[in-house]
Design a protein around this ligand. Structure first.
Ligand code: SF4
Length: 418
């Protein structure tokens, strides 16, 4: 069975890793994020691992797995809701009740208080968020525990606490004459529940790529400056669009004295950016955009704000996965659109809009390593276990952490995208 639908139909296309044709269960026991964009990123030793999948699922054909998933869904009815992220492979999206970005899926989880189980086909931090937002009796299931997020893993609680301590030494704790505290922490949704709780305890916000601008505006009403983690690019792109100069956005490198900055640099800071990034979106470049424009003079270039600033500046539009989807839907037949985001979403949009020319800026097929780990074999297993009355791969956040994280998440849900 081939696990990834590699679209190598574009001239010159190739994949970034020959192991992409392997099945996830063949690589689950290996350390690391597995094949795909994050394969070279450092994985923490504490990252969850997936145990062996029963052989009846690894031996099953694609058709058999899909039939078993359908049958389990019929048996379970409204007792289960299946959420699928835009970056999931098509074979998973086909079984999702809701498909969306992390913000939309967080809302979808909230809207199903009566489902016994929420099967989250996304990555670990998204399932944690669904658990925090759902009722205690509901189970949130991540079909493959190896589906983490390399960006989320780039900030841990210990390093963020150390950073906060250092910033408190530099800035003190006194509010200014307007009542604004020295620093407000803002975390991108892509982080652990422990960091969302940290932000909740310190008067900060969670944001998504949909509402980052609204959240930063609110943060500056409450604070003189912002500590933004873990994605430096989303923070930089959003703050730069608000008129904050690059010199006022130092990069904080964990485990270095003052994050690798001088006191003077921190004094001038408006947004302190954590040194994290998404290895999927880091692959996009200005050279790719120039090549697309040379090949198609009328091309519209749309990229995700996790891309580096020069890429965002060279594009026509930058926005969340939902913005990208809406740009494609609004385009006239015959339009040419080059997209800078994860390949599964780009390929799906191209298939859904055959009257438009839609392609990924990156000619190399390199999916998100961790989204890739959710395969129909795991979904069939998790659903059939539910039918049998057993909950596998439950993602559970402890009550104290959940209570603090919920404060920051509620602020996120109230900060509607512009
Ligand atoms: S695309 Fe990037 S940010 Fe999203 S889950 Fe994958 S590694 Fe994490």
């Amino acid at each position: 069975m081939t696990s990834v639908q590699l679209n190598l139909t574009r001239p010159g296309a190739s994949s970034c890793d020959t192991k992409l044709t392997a099945n996830p269960w063949d690589i689950d026991l290996d350390p690391g994020y597995g094949p795909g964009a994050s394969r070279a990123d450092h994985i923490p030793g504490s990252a969850p691992r997936q145990g062996p999948l029963p052989q009846e699922y690894t031996d099953a054909s694609d058709a058999e797995l899909h039939a078993r998933i359908d049958a389990a869904r019929v048996e379970l009815g409204d007792r289960v809701v299946v959420l699928g992220h835009f970056y999931q492979r098509d074979e998973i999206v086909a079984h999702a009740d809701y498909v969306g970005d992390s913000f939309q899926l967080a809302n979808a989880a909230l809207e199903h208080p009566h489902a016994e189980a929420i099967v989250f086909c996304g990555v670990h931090f998204m399932a944690e968020t669904a658990d925090i937002l759902s009722r205690p009796e509901q189970s949130v299931i991540l079909p493959n525990l190896a589906a983490g997020c390399s960006m989320a893993d780039m900030a841990n609680e210990e390093d963020v606490e150390a950073c906060w301590e250092a910033l408190t030494q530099v800035y003190g704790t006194e509010a200014d004459e307007s009542g604004r505290v020295p620093v407000i922490p803002v975390t991108y949704m892509n982080c652990s529940a422990a960091l969302k709780a940290f932000v909740g305890r310190h008067g900060g916000y969670v944001c998504t790529s949909s509402n980052a601008a609204t959240v930063l505006e609110r943060a500056f009403e409450a604070g003189q400056r912002v500590l933004f983690f873990p994605d430096q690019h989303l923070g930089r792109n959003t703050a730069h669009a608000m008129g904050i100069p690059l010199e006022a956005m130092p990069l904080w490198k964990p485990r270095q004295e003052l994050g690798g900055n001088t006191e003077a640099e921190l004094d001038a800071a408006k947004v302190i950016l954590w040194n994290g990034f998404c290895s999927v979106h880091k692959r996009f470049s200005v050279a790719q955009i120039e090549k697309a424009r040379a090949q198609y003079p009328d091309v519209q270039v749309v990229v995700h704000p996790e891309c580096p600033l020069p890429v965002v500046q060279a594009a026509d539009v930058s926005g969340s996965t939902d913005v990208i989807r809406r740009v494609v839907e609004a385009a006239e037949p015959g339009a040419v659109i080059a997209i800078g985001t994860e390949i599964n979403l780009v390929n799906r949009l191209a298939a859904q809009h055959p009257d438009k020319t839609i392609f990924c800026l990156d000619p190399v097929v390199c999916p998100c390593s961790t989204m890739y780990r959710i395969h129909p074999g795991y979904l069939a297993w998790a659903l059939e276990e539910l039918v049998a009355g057993r909950v596998v791969n439950r993602i559970s956040v402890d009550a104290d952490t959940a209570a603090d994280a919920r404060v920051a998440l509620d602020r996120m849900l109230a900060a509607k995208p512009r």
